[in-house]
Design a protein around this ligand. Sequence first.
Ligand code: KG4
Ligand code: ZN
Length: 339
Amino acid sequence: MNILAIESSCDETAAAVTRGREVLSNIVASQVEEHRIYGGVVPEIASRRHAEAITGVTGAALKEAGVTLSEIDAVAVTYAPGLIGALLVGVNFAKGLALSAGKPLIPVHHLRSHIAANYITRPDWEPPFLCLVVSGGHSHLVEVRDYTDYRVIGRTHDDAAGECFDKSARAMGMPYPGGIALDRIADEGDPDAYDLPFPHVADHPYDFSFSGLKTAVVNLLHNAEQKGESVSVPDLSAALRRRVCDMLLRATEQAALDLGHTSIALAGGVSANSELRRRMEAMCASHGWRFGRPELCYCGDNAAMVGVQGYYEALAGHYADGSLNAYATMPIDCLTDIK
Ligand code: KG4
Ligand code: ZN
């Protein structure tokens, strides 16, 4: 089944052609440079750039795959969650394309597709498994019971992990999106140089809370500035990265032990974090658990993962018609607008 997939939930306009779990092409046009001067994504600009880029990106995906539109069996599109204006560009484009070319339309949840990035990287990877989904907007611990069956068992009570990295990095003077820069600079720092808090969410062992960590970083910077003291950005980055990983690892390990999971996966933009990948792998090895994570090129937003999840949605009969809408928020286990 050849699927043409479209993704426009945030600041990447992406299109891909997939066949089952195989990626025939994967084109991503990033707007990051444009949003950088504002220190974050400006929704109105994102929508406009998606509208400008989407036709060219889709054409490039078909060309690179060597597949014509007539050889496409279905169109898959991210319809939630994300920036509503940005999502609407992709959804309307996909609806128009599917309708005019007479192809079925498959709506795909953004976090489901991040999880599916693991299926691309490891052809033998299959549910059930426990997945830590960490991105710029979400931090969830999800039991993936089947390809389209999920149970969220843990979540952040405030900021997402990526948000904590980005906002702390910004306070330290790094450009948006700071998570990547912070990861790099942390390699040169000493994580013991600063003692950051290790927040616990009382009575919710699988949940996270990152806002206290972000505030601790911002306060430390302000205090140092007021006293005229210097702060070591590599050391503070290393201390923060370690704490975020401490929190994510503790919840994941506890959940796996309690619920008997022996396959653990990472997903979402923050799954590119080098310390998280390294430590999660070591933790799994110490228990004899299987460990999966997407290749770096499939950690961030892309359409290949949308196509692969779209394939499993199609197998489950999850199609939509021309009334498909986009949604800024939607739980991962929700099936809105499925006909
Ligand atoms: O999944 P994603 O591309 O977009 C959302 O769906 O939100 O995730 C983007 C997030 C940003 O917060 C970015 O800073 C973070 O992923 N990120 C990283 C790394 N690479 C990307 N955070 C920490 N370490 C990295 N290496
Ligand atoms: Zn994402």
